[in-house]
Write a protein that binds this ligand. Structure first.
Ligand code: PRX
Length: 657
C-alpha cells in the first residue's frame, strides 16, 4: 500500500484505446492539448468564437482581483439566441431540437424553428408579467419541454433563473426563492412519476404560504401537464397556455455583457444552508458548448440523451445549454428507467437511435442489478459514445456499461466536474484518450488540474492528495449568491498562498499521471494513521459477485481514530446474506486492498439513503454507524430508507478481530 493508502484502485487492468474509426474523424485530436497548453487564453478565445457575438470581446480574462474572474470582457451576446435562433437563421429550423418522451408514452418533437417560437412567446409573456433583466425566476418543473423553454426564455430576457429540482420539498423551494428573491415562479400542475400523476403546484403554494408577507413572488406561471385539479389563487397564478400561447412569436432581445448573471444553482455545502452557485453568460456558455462538442464528439447527425434532470447542473450544462448551443438533437425523458418496465431506457435508445448517451454510475449499477438480459432485448447499435458523471465509476460497472450498452466498442467518457465548475474539467476525449476504467484520466484542454499535498505542492506520479485547479477557467462559478466571503472562504482559502481553487475532492495520479478521483475529502478516512478512500473500498466491495451496491463511511473509533463501516445491498442471486456473507465480504476487502481496509462492520441493507439526484448521503450512514440519532434527512429521495436501514442492520455486524 502506498503512503496514501491507495493501492491498485482498479481491478481491471485493460486500457481501452479509442476506436480507430471514431479517432479518424474525431472533432478534436491529440494536438489540442499542446495548443491549449501553449496558449490557454487563445484556446478559450477560439472556443468562445464558436458562439455568435453581438459585440466582440476585447480581453479574454481579467484576473486582476482574484478570485473574482471576468471572462471575455467587453463582449456582448444573447445566450438564447446562441442556443436557438442562430440555428434557424443558418437554415436548420427543421432539425429536431427535442424529442420529448413523456412517462405515460406521449411524445412531442420540437424543431429548432418551433423551439424559437416557444422561447420567444415565453420571453414575451414573462416580460409582460413584469420580469426585467436581472430579476430572478424560480423554475420548479417536471422534465417536460417547457422546463427547457422557461430556462431559455429567462436567459433571453436577461433574467436569472434558479431551477429547483421537482423532487425537492416546499421547504427547499421556499428557502431558495427567499435567498435569491425570485419575482416569478414557473411550475406545472404536476408531472408523471412511476405511472401516476404527481403534483407540483401545491408545493409552490405551500412555499409561498411559508414565506407569507415576506414572499418576493409576484406571479406563478403554471404549465398544464397532468390536467389534475390544482388550487388556484387568481391574484398570483397564471396559466402558461393562457399567457404564453397567446403571446407573439416575435421577440426582440437585447445582447448582454459577457458577465451578465445567467443562473444560480443551489448545492449543498459541507455545513449550513445550500450555497447559491452563480454562473454568468459568455464564459459559462463557451465551456458548456465546447465541452459538449469535444467530450461527446458531437456531430450534426447525432442523437444525444442525458438522463439527468434539469434541476441539477448536469441538466443545465448538458441538456439546456451545451447541446442546444451546438444545434444538437436530443431526447428529453420525463420518467424513471423502470416505468413501465426495466427496459424503458434501452427501448427509448433503440426507438430514437440515440448515439451519445450520458448517465450516472449509480444508474448503471442499478441496471447491472436488474441483469444484462434486459438491455440485450433492445437494439443499442446506434450508440457510439457513452458518458458518466457524478462519482467515480467502479471498474465493474464501467466494463458492464461498455460491454452491455456500448456493444463492447463504444468509448466511455468519465467526466469529472462540479456545480461550481459549470462544465467538464477532467475527462477522456473519445477519439484521443486510451481510457482506464475508473479514472477520469486527464484535465480537459485549457483546464489546469493538479493533485497537491497539504502544503499545496504537486505530488508525483503514484501519489495522492487534494485536487485543485490552478488557473481560472471560463465556466467557473463567479461567487456564491449574496455571499462573496463564503465564496472566498470555501474555495480559495485552503490553498490561498498558491491561489488554487480547492475542489474538495481527493485524487491520485497513477504511475502514468492519469487522475483517479477518490471521493470528497470529507469522505476520506484515516484509520490508524492510514488514509483510506471510501471509493476504493466501495469499489472492492462491488467487485464481489454477491454485491450490487455499497457505501462506506468512516465512523469514529476509540482505538483507530476512524473505522471503516460498510453498507451493502446484495444482488438478488445472493439471497439474504447472513453472517457468512459478512465474513466473506470483509475478507474480500482485506484481500483486494489490505487488512487495514477491512470494514469493522458490514451491514446488509435493503436500500441506501440517496438524495434525489442519486448521491449516497454518507452523513446519514455515519450517524447510523456511530449510533447517533440520524440527522436532517430532508434531501433524501425516500426518507423511510433510513428507518429500513436502522431496523435491518442489527445482527449483520461482524465480530471485531
Ligand atoms: O466529488 C465529485 C463528484 O461530484 C462532486 C460534484 O457534485 P455536484 O456539484 O453535485 O455535480 C455533479 C455533476 C457534475 C465532485 O466534487 N463527481 C462528479 N463527477 C465525478 C465525481 N467524482 C468522480 N468522478 C466523476 N466523474
Amino acid at each position: 500500500m502506498s503512503e496514501h493508502g491507495i493501492s491498485n484502485l482498479s481491478r481491471e487492468d485493460r486500457v481501452f484505446e479509442p476506436p480507430a474509426e471514431l479517432a479518424a474523424q474525431a472533432n478534436v485530436t491529440a494536438d489540442v492539448y499542446d495548443r491549449a497548453a501553449q496558449d490557454r487564453l487563445g484556446f478559450w478565445a477560439d472556443a468562445a468564437r464558436r458562439l455568435t457575438w453581438g459585440t466582440d470581446f476585447d480581453e479574454v480574462l481579467d484576473w486582476s482581483s482574484p478570485p473574482f474572474a471576468q471572462w471575455f470582457v467587453g463582449g456582448k451576446l444573447n445566450v438564447a439566441y446562441n442556443c436557438v435562433d442562430r440555428h434557424v437563421e443558418a437554415g436548420h429550423g427543421d432539425k429536431v431540437a427535442i424529442h420529448f418522451v413523456g412517462e405515460p408514452g406521449d411524445t412531442r418533437d420540437l424543431t429548432y424553428a418551433e423551439l424559437k417560437d416557444e422561447v420567444s412567446k415565453a420571453a414575451n409573456a414573462i416580460e409582460e408579467l413584469g420580469v426585467e433583466s436581472g430579476d430572478r425566476i424560480a423554475i420548479y418543473m417536471p422534465m417536460i419541454p417547457e422546463a427547457v423553454i422557461a430556462m431559455l426564455a429567462s436567459a433571453r430576457v436577461g433574467a436569472v433563473h434558479t431551477v429547483v429540482f421537482g423532487g425537492f420539498s416546499s421547504d427547499a423551494l421556499a428557502s431558495r426563492v427567499e435567498d435569491c428573491e425570485a419575482k416569478l415562479v414557473i411550475t406545472a400542475d404536476g408531472g408523471y412519476r412511476r405511472g401516476k400523476p404527481s403534483s407540483l403546484k401545491p408545493a409552490v403554494d405551500e412555499a409561498l404560504a411559508k414565506l407569507g408577507d415576506a414572499s418576493p413572488v409576484e406571479n406563478v406561471l403554471v404549465v398544464r401537464r397532468t390536467g389534475e385539479d390544482v388550487p388556484w389563487n387568481g391574484d398570483v397564478d397564471v396559466w402558461w397556455h393562457e399567457v404564453v400561447d397567446e403571446s407573439s412569436t416575435d421577440h426582440r432581445f437585447t445582447e448582454f455583457d459577457s458577465e451578465h448573471p445567467l443562473f444560480v444553482m443551489y448545492t449543498s455545502g459541507t455545513t449550513g444552508k445550500p450555497k447559491g452557485i452563480l454562473h454568468t453568460s459568455a464564459g459559462y456558455l463557451t465551456q458548456a458548448a465546447y465541452t459538449f462538442w469535444a467530450t461527446f464528439d458531437h456531430k450534426d447527425d447525432d442523437v444525444y440523451w442525458c438522463t439527468a434532470d434539469v434541476g441539477w447542473i448536469t441538466g443545465h450544462s448538458y441538456i439546456t445549454y451545451g447541446p442546444t448551443a451546438n444545434g444538437a438533437t436530443q431526447v428529453l425523458y420525463e420518467g424513471t428507467p423502470d416505468t413501465p418496465h426495466k427496459g424503458r431506457w434501452w427501448e427509448i435508445i433503440a426507438d430514437k437511435k440515440v448515439s451519445l448517451f450520458y448517465t450516472a454510475p449509480t444508474a448503471i449499477r442499478t441496471c447491472m442489478k436488474w441483469g444484462e438480459q434486459i438491455p440485450a432485448e433492445h437494439d443499442l447499435s446506434s450508440l457510439r459514445v457513452l458518458g458518466t458523471v457524478g462519482e467515480s465509476i467502479n471498474p465493474e460497472a464501467y466494463v458492464w456499461y461498455r460491454e452491455n450498452i456500448g456493444g463492447g466498442s463504444a468509448p466511455i467518457v468519465d467526466t469529472w466536474w462540479q456545480t461550481e465548475t459549470g462544465a467538464h474539467m477532467i475527462t477522456p476525449l473519445p477519439g484521443v484518450t486510451a481510457a482506464k476504467p475508473g479514472s477520469a484520466m486527464t484535465a480537459f484542454p485549457g483546464v489546469t488540474a493538479e493533485v497537491v499535498d497539504d502544503a499545496g505542492t504537486p505530488v508525483g506520479n503514484g501519489e495522492g492528495g487534494y485536487l485543485v485547479i490552478t488557473e481560472p477557467w471560463p465556466s467557473m462559478l463567479r461567487t456564491i449568491w449574496g455571499d462573496d466571503d463564503r465564496y472566498v472562504e470555501t474555495y480559495w482559502s485552503r490553498f490561498k498562498a498558491q491561489g488554487y481553487y480547492f475542489a474538495g475532492d481527493g485524487a491520485k495520479k497513477d504511475d502514468d499521471g492519469a487522475i483517479w478521483l477518490l471521493g470528497r475529502v470529507d469522505d476520506v478516512m484515516n484509520v490508524s494513521g492510514h488514509r483510506l478512500s471510501t471509493t476504493e473500498i466501495e469499489s472492492a466491495l462491488v467487485s464481489h459477485p454477491k454485491v450490487a451496491e455499497a457505501a462506506v463511511v468512516g465512523a469514529a473509533d476509540e482505538t483507530t481514530g476512524q473505522a471503516v463501516c460498510a453498507f451493502v445491498i446484495l444482488r438478488e442471486s445472493a439471497g439474504d446474506g447472513g453472517e457468512d456473507v459478512v465474513a466473506e465480504l470483509r475478507n474480500h476487502v482485506g484481500k483486494e486492498i489490505g487488512p487495514i481496509a477491512k470494514p469493522r462492520q458490514v451491514m446488509v441493507v435493503p436500500e441506501l439513503p440517496k438524495t434525489r439526484s442519486g448521491k449516497i448521503m454518507r452523513r446519514l450512514l455515519r450517524d447510523v454507524a456511530e449510533n447517533r440519532e440520524v440527522g436532517d434527512a430532508t434531501t433524501l429521495a425516500d426518507s423511510s430508507v433510513v428507518d429500513l436501514i436502522t431496523a435491518g442492520m442489527s445482527g449483520a455486524k461482524a465480530d471485531e478481530d
